[in-house]
Design a protein around this ligand. Structure first.
Ligand code: BEZ
Length: 240
């Protein structure tokens, strides 16, 4: 029997291509997306060891990452989080920060944050020295930096599902008015069959989703409605 070297090379190339495809598929399917289960983890934090899901309990949660301790943008962000303590509490939303430095570093940095931002940081900051949480939540984007996390924000519902994700580069501080606004929209739309329009704020009219038949609108939205186009219909915020 004669061996065809060309066929052997082709088969080998095919095997390699399949292996590369499977690897890419694995990377692709590993990314966290809206609707996915929020991965659980145990971590050391400035408020003691926590089991993420247990710590969340029945609350909504925000898990957000910081490139490193003692960095200027993060200092202002953690300060703002502390200043907004009542706003998060009112929304039954717990906030958990991640930074890959150790606990000693976190404690020293928290003193600086309290001093410079005129606040009292009393929410947990994870000491993610082994990058376990950063890896689980894909907070390191290698083409931005191979070691520092980007500024990820994960919004997690009480059933521990990822409901929204916002990602900023290290050089752009987050907008906490927007973060609170997203929580308001997520909570409202989880409880009522509505959507929130551009720049929506609590108290403003909301949108009746296209899936609702016009003949059902009056009974389902008793506060009234406005039809701008058959697909663009507004109703007052149902819970206000
Ligand atoms: C920071 O404060 O975290 C930061 C500032 C500039 C570039 C990258 C990070």
């Amino acid at each position: 029997m004669s061996i065809n070297p060309g066929k052997f090379v082709l088969e080998r190339q095919l095997q390699l291509w399949q292996a590369v495809s499977m690897y890419n598929l694995k990377i692709y399917t590993m990314s966290l997306r809206i609707g996915d289960d929020a991965p659980n983890f145990k971590a050391q934090t400035t408020e003691g060891e926590i089991d993420f899901h247990q710590w969340l309990g029945n609350s909504w949660g925000i898990l957000y990452s910081h490139p490193a301790d003692y960095t200027p943008v993060c200092t202002t962000e953690l300060g703002r989080t502390a200043q907004l303590k009542e706003d998060f509490a009112k929304r039954k939303t717990k906030v958990l920060a991640v930074s890959v430095d150790d606990l000693d570093s976190h404690f020293g940095w928290v003193k600086d944050i309290n001093e410079t931002q005129n606040c009292n940081v009393d929410f947990p900051i994870i000491a993610d020295t082994d990058k376990n949480v950063a890896t689980l939540y894909q907070m390191i984007h290698p083409n931005a930096s191979t070691s520092a996390t980007v500024r990820s924000v994960y919004f997690i519902s009480p059933d521990k599902k990822v409901q929204a994700i916002i990602t900023y580069p290290a050089s752009t501080g987050r907008n906490f008015t927007e973060i609170l606004r997203v929580v308001d929209s997520l909570k409202l739309t989880a409880e009522h069959n509505v959507a929130t329009p551009v720049d929506w704020k609590v108290g403003q009219d909301v949108i009746i989703p296209p899936g609702v038949k016009q003949e059902e609108v009056e009974s389902k939205y008793p506060k009234g409605h406005r039809v701008i186009k058959p697909y663009l219909r507004y109703t007052p915020q149902p819970d206000k």
